[in-house]
Design a binder for this molecule. Structure first.
Ligand SMILES: Cc1cc2nc3c(=O)[nH]c(=O)nc-3n(C[C@H](O)[C@H](O)[C@H](O)COP(=O)(O)O)c2cc1C
Length: 192
């Protein structure tokens, strides 16, 4: 495992082309074992993941991608479909036994539930990317999928909603464009 700055940040890129090899069951479990440690509000852990790991299921995933993401998806042997569970609070008895009102979230308006679940699941998504990189895998995060189709194909009979897809495996660095700039500290931050 390599938690160096270069592996997780400075040397890591968002890959668009992979070598097609799938992860092992152990690899997927190792990624989740680190991802699950992300901090979330009330330890709500709303992230849900469908790991896609066969040619057939990767092809099904590619067919849910918007045009510009279909070929990219077909190059990868594995992917994690990330979702957030609108019913996350049903796990509070286990995840947050310290909570005084574990059923309070059930009465929230759906917009508030959705915002809370997505915000916290996205924190976990960042950890998943960092964990995957530390374990030696490249990531290709992509949001451009037909969400209703993807949800009916992969999240049917659940209360999960689509967030994004992370292609996983060995990326082809020769297919990358130069890294785009980031905002400077002065443009993105205030110190008060
Ligand atoms: C939530 C999310 C959605 C993204 N959606 C797409 C996408 O649909 N297609 C794509 O090619 N790249 C997508 N990207 C990749 C971004 O363009 C990429 O992370 C960004 O340009 C930074 O690239 P870098 O990590 O190589 O510096 C997405 C990234 C994130 C985090």
């Amino acid at each position: 495992m390599d938690f160096s700055k270069e592996t997780i940040f400075t040397g890591a890129r968002s890959h668009k082309k992979f070598d097609g090899n799938a992860l092992s069951d152990e690899d997927m479990r190792a990624i989740y074992e680190l991802t699950k440690l992300a901090p979330t509000a009330n330890n709500s852990c709303p992230l849900r993941i469908v790991f896609v790991n066969t040619n057939e299921s990767m092809e099904k995933l590619a067919s849910c991608a918007l045009d510009f993401n279909q070929d990219k998806t077909r190059t990868a042997g594995s992917a994690a479909i990330l979702g957030y569970d609108l019913n996350f609070y049903s796990q509070f008895h286990y995840l947050a036994p310290h909570m005084k009102q574990p059923t309070a979230h059930a009465s929230w308006p759906i917009e508030r539930i959705e915002r809370y679940a997505l915000a916290n699941a996205n924190l976990q998504a960042g950890f998943l990317i960092a964990a995957s990189r530390a374990l030696g895998f490249d990531c290709g995060p992509m949001g451009g999928f037909d969400a209703p189709t993807l949800e009916s194909e992969f999240f049917h009979e659940t209360s999960w909603r689509f967030s994004c897809v992370i292609l996983l495996g060995r990326g082809d660095t020769s297919a990358l464009h130069p890294r785009a700039p980031r905002l400077e500290f002065e443009d993105a931050c205030r110190v008060i």
